[in-house]
Design a protein around this ligand. Structure first.
Ligand code: NAP
Length: 270
């Protein structure tokens, strides 16, 4: 059973004539050419439910790191330049009473929203379909994209990377956000035009950004690496032992099902 950690498509399928299933260890399937797989009768599965809590926790790690300038603080201490307590040193953003915006309120978006309640945040979200139970539970309000951009003090991205969402955070939408806002992306790098984000941070038109995912992983845009007030982590949204074990268990269950000629448990098509 080969373990592949990159894009899988027609070329790989040609070299694996007996391939029956690509059991993707991920919530998405944008690293698999599902059309080429379907044409060859290869099943593609994923592990969507296993990653929700770990990824929502990481989104919150990025929100808090940005709000309270944790990485800048670490860098200051490490540099040896910290000269002692000062009332105005590294003042951050207090979350109580602020607005959390969720672009997408599926499994992970809702889990991020639920975690905002004890922080005393107001929640607004966009989704193609309303989420009445989530609204009842958290007091969240469904809004259109322009209002989401305008009102969010923290904007967290939770939609898949599909043609409709590619580059949804660009110079125009960044320009509609508060200059103090925090942008967090634990979804997919293709949602953000990275040059535009770097420019907004460089020019002080955005408060801070926390990123787990990038357009061209593992290459990270050099202007993002150099940008101020940014927290960068290497696609570790689901990186806990519990979640990784559960992802592996689900992937193996899908392989067993397909090799036993049963329908897969988590098909991404068909
Ligand atoms: P999900 O449950 O399928 O929710 C997706 C949300 O996006 C829903 O609100 C959905 O709206 C909306 N959406 C779907 N297609 C859309 C479109 N074409 N245009 C606008 N909105 C659309 O997904 P999830 O499990 O929460 O995952 C969210 C994202 O996190 C995915 O991109 C996934 O790949 C990523 N992820 C990353 C990591 C990591 O390691 N960083 C880990 C897990 C997942 P409706 O329901 O109303 O259709």
């Amino acid at each position: 059973m080969p373990l592949l950690t990159r894009w899988v498509g027609g070329t790989e399928f040609k070299g694996l004539p007996k391939l029956k299933i690509v059991a993707n260890c991920a919530a998405g399937h944008d690293n698999v050419d599902v059309v080429a797989a379907e044409l060859r009768g290869i099943k593609v599965t994923n592990t969507p439910d296993a990653l929700v809590d770990a990824t929502a926790d990481l989104a919150w790690a990025l929100i808090l790191a940005c709000a309270r300038r944790v990485v800048e603080g670490t860098e200051l201490v490490r540099s040896g330049k910290w000269s002692g307590w000062h009332p105005e040193l590294l003042l951050g953003t207090e979350l109580r009473g602020r607005t959390l915006g969720l672009l997408g309120a599926g499994r992970i978006g809702q889990a991020v929203g639920r975690r905002a309640v004890p922080f005393g945040m107001r929640i607004v979200y966009t989704a193609r379909n309303p989420r009445p139970e989530f609204e009842r539970e958290t007091g969240a309000a469904r809004v259109e994209l322009p209002r989401l951009l305008k009102e969010s003090d923290v904007l967290s991205l939770h939609v898949p990377a599909v043609p409709e969402t590619e580059g949804i955070i660009n110079s125009d939408t960044l320009g509609q956000m508060k200059p103090t806002a925090i942008l967090v992306n634990t979804a997919r790098g293709d949602l953000i035009r990275e040059e535009a984000l770097a420019l907004a941070l460089e020019q002080g038109r955005l408060g801070a950004a926390g990123l787990d995912v990038y357009a061209d992983e593992p290459h990270v845009h050099p202007r993002l690496i150099a940008a101020p007030r940014i927290v960068l982590v290497p696609h570790i949204g689901s990186a806990t032992p519990e979640t990784r074990r559960e992802m592996a268990r689900i992937a193996v269950a899908n392989v067993h099902a397909v090799l036993s000629r049963r329908p897969p448990l988590n098909p991404v098509f068909g």
